[in-house]
Design a protein around this ligand. Structure first.
Ligand SMILES: [Zn+2]
Length: 326
């Protein structure tokens, strides 16, 4: 899914929650973040280390001195877009699952999808009693979404979108909220755009998950430096409370990304032995012998590893439902 960053605002020189280099927590405002961990961009196989800071009070984690919006192009690119598209193709059932969750709370109305990408989710809602809207930073991707879904797509930054207060019954945001520079301002905007009783339904990686703890700086969900904000259920509760949204539910679920995390770990081990593999961004279709090895790994070691991670704690993905008070 394409990132919804605060590009427009940053370019216009507006204030941000935590100015570049600031160590204050964007949620608590006064609490200073403490060094949490360092990691490079393992997806692209780059060496530059990034520092995460963690708030000792609310547990919000953020990227210290993140790349500027105009530098972000170098950190996304076609390899990343391909990976995201492939992930969408692999699990078409995800939209059905999310529709079902929404249907328990709302059966129709105006819906806005933040970071709607090429509109897969909006397409799955098409033809139902919904008026569809989206926000997408890339003009070409937004055009695809519009053609595919008939939705009205605002092209640009979330905070620059001109929607009137109390416009939407539902706002959704699936694996995009971790890409924003100013998470508190974005959720405050969602609160403003929702009608009283409206629902904010979003998914983010769980920095407090078992896999994050087991894999540390090799955890796939870190996605340095594309993920600027990292959340635990507690941090999300704190943000929701700060902007006046009620928590309906926050649950965690397993995500099948353990293979990526273990690949990062394996590659680092191989490098110590002098063997360098192409980074995941440039991974070619694997040859038959490697496919056999991979199949054996998936059938033997991976289930054991997944089982061990499951024993270590919560799932890797947070599914959150907030409501604007009536
Ligand atoms: Zn905090």
């Amino acid at each position: 899914m394409a990132p919804v960053t605060q590009m427009a605002d940053a370019k216009n020189g507006c204030n941000v929650d935590a100015p570049k280099g600031s160590r204050s927590c964007a949620v608590c405002k006064v609490t200073e973040g403490r060094p949490f961990l360092q990691a490079p961009d393992r997806f692209h196989g780059r060496k530059e280390l990034y520092q995460l800071l963690k708030c000792p009070s609310c547990s919000f984690v953020w990227l210290d001195a993140p790349p500027r919006p105009e530098e972000m192009e170098r950190h996304y690119g076609s390899d990343y877009d391909r990976l995201i598209a492939e992930a969408g193709e692999r699990s078409p059932g995800r939209w059905q699952d999310r529709r079902k969750t929404l249907a328990e709370l709302k059966t129709g109305g105006a819906l806005l999808d933040l970071g709607c990408s090429s509109g897969s989710f909006l397409q799955s809602m098409k033809g139902k009693p919904w008026t569809l809207h989206g926000i997408e930073i890339s003009p070409s991707v937004a055009k695809t979404a519009e053609e595919r879904t008939g939705a009205q797509i605002f092209v640009g930054d979330v905070l620059a979108a001109p929607f009137a207060p109390s416009s939407f019954d539902v706002v959704t945001c699936f694996h995009v909220y971790e890409h924003v520079y100013e998470p508190v301002k974005v959720m405050a905007k969602v609160q403003e755009w929702l009608k009283p009783g409206g629902i904010f339904y979003f998914l983010v990686p769980n920095i407090d998950s078992a896999a994050a703890k087991v894999f540390g700086s090799y955890w796939y969900g870190l996605e340095m430096p594309r993920h600027l904000s990292h959340y635990s259920p507690n941090a999300l509760r704190a943000i929701g409370k700060a902007v006046g949204l009620e928590e309906l539910s926050i649950i965690t679920r397993r995500e099948p990304h353990i293979e990526y995390s273990s690949r990062y770990l394996l590659d680092a081990g191989l490098q110590k032995l002098g063997i360098t593999r192409a980074p995941m961004a440039q991974a070619k279709p694997v040859s038959l012998p490697w496919r056999v090895v991979r199949k054996a790994y998936r059938l033997s070691i991976l289930p054991v590893l997944s089982g061990l991670v499951a024993l270590a704690g919560d799932g890797e993905s947070i599914h959150a439902l907030f409501r604007k008070p009536v």
